[in-house]
Design a protein around this ligand. Structure first.
Ligand SMILES: [Fe+2]
Length: 386
């Protein structure tokens, strides 16, 4: 339990002179108790720092509250309930805990253990600093408290100037940590923004390349965009996350980027392709994966998987790798359906558009052989009239 404070100090009315005698270094604000505007951000932040004082003696709490109030601190709360301190620290995120060591039932060591178990606070990289205020300054107690995370000690009866200075020192460090944590968070946010901008720029170049490839066999140039939109709807129906849906929408549009490497004589041929031409046409999957290969962003990596595998078939008879079932990346299984649906629904230079019924029949017939049954079900669950 905290010892009784010396009556000379406890009973003393702390006047302006005693406050000023602590000197400017001890005062968080030039005007105590918020009576004058703060002189700078640090002084303002110090004055508004949250201090939680824990002592089982209410009288001691009142005394320290008065000392801190006269020193300019406006955010001081205190409690005699040691058991709830860790929970309050978690909820209120104080900048400093002033803790009595010897209290009945739940002592300061127990509180230190509970506070240590909370880990770093959400606003700084460190735990709430703890100033131990005790009459027990034995080596054992100090070592035990230090091992549990105590940052500083003040013996009782305390010197007013000393405790104000020590509190200020701890709060300054705390506020610097908090400012550093804020700065780090800001820098991380900027790095995220720049990284996103770079990824967007990379995707844009690839999308333009895909558009160039597409213009050669789709005069409207809208197939890639529509495949992205259909694939995103299917992904949503299949229960994929919003992030995955957004990724698939963008990556799906690049599925045929490899066609940039296929000669017009094959790409725009009106008649049936010879077996050799068909083999060359199939190479657009591998070419596309090569164009998109080595990307660092999730979107480019997904686009690479889609470009390579969107002509694989559920039963393993597709190309280029003959993957089957769930060996085929989910994005590619989705795009396989979206691509066929959109391609056949629109005219190409070498064939007219299919009717919705014809397209629907072909996709239904391919359920479990060409297409992933779940993706086909997602399509018809969403558009059963196809
Ligand atoms: Fe393709």
């Amino acid at each position: 339990m905290i010892e009784s404070l010396p009556s000379a100090l406890a009973d003393r009315e702390l006047d302006v002179e005693s406050f000023e005698s602590t000197g400017p270094a001890a005062a968080p604000s030039a005007g105590a108790a918020g009576q004058a505007a703060p002189t700078c951000d640090l002084e303002h932040d110090l004055a508004h720092a949250r201090v939680l004082v824990v002592d089982d003696e209410a009288r001691n709490l009142r005394l320290l509250e008065r000392v801190l109030s006269r020193a300019g601190y406006v955010n001081v709360v205190s409690t005699t309930e040691a058991r709830g301190v860790a929970a309050r620290c978690a909820e209120e995120q104080p900048d400093l805990l002033v803790l009595d060591l010897h209290m009945p039932e739940h002592d300061g060591f127990a509180v230190l253990e509970e506070v240590a178990a909370l880990g770093p606070s959400s606003t700084t990289s460190g735990r709430v600093p703890v100033l131990v205020l005790t009459g027990d300054l034995s080596e054992d107690s100090k070592l035990r408290a230090l091992a549990l995370g105590a940052k500083d000690f003040v013996g009782k009866p305390f010197q007013e100037q000393e405790i104000v200075l020590r509190i200020r020192n701890l709060l300054e460090t705390r506020l610097l940590h908090r400012a550093l944590a804020r700065q780090n968070a800001l820098l991380e946010e900027r790095v995220r923004e720049r990284t996103q901008a770079l990824e967007d720029a990379q995707m844009e170049v690839l999308e333009r390349l895909a558009a160039a490839a597409e213009l050669r066999d789709d005069d409207t140039g809208q197939h890639t965009e529509r495949v992205g939109a259909i694939a995103a709807r299917l992904a949503t129906t299949l229960g994929l996350s919003d992030d995955q849906v957004a990724l698939i929408r963008r990556a799906a549009a690049l599925h045929d980027v490899g066609k940039i490497g296929i000669p017009d004589s094959i790409l725009r041929k009106a008649g049936r392709l010879t077996p050799q031409e068909h083999e060359m046409m199939k190479a657009h999957t591998v070419l596309g994966a090569r164009i998109l290969g080595g990307g660092h962003s999730a979107a480019v990596q997904a686009a690479e998987r889609i470009a390579r595998h969107h002509h694989e078939k559920w039963d393993g008879t597709g190309y280029p790798d003959g993957l089957a079932g769930e060996q085929i990346p989910i994005e590619a299984r989705i795009v396989a359906v979206a691509d066929v649906l959109d391609a056949l629904s629109h005219a190409r230079p070498y064939r007219p558009a299919w009717s919705p019924e014809q397209v629907g029949t072909l996709i239904r017939d391919g359920r479990g052989t060409h297409f992933d049954p779940a993706v086909v079900d997602a399509l018809f669950g969403e558009a059963p009239a196809q």
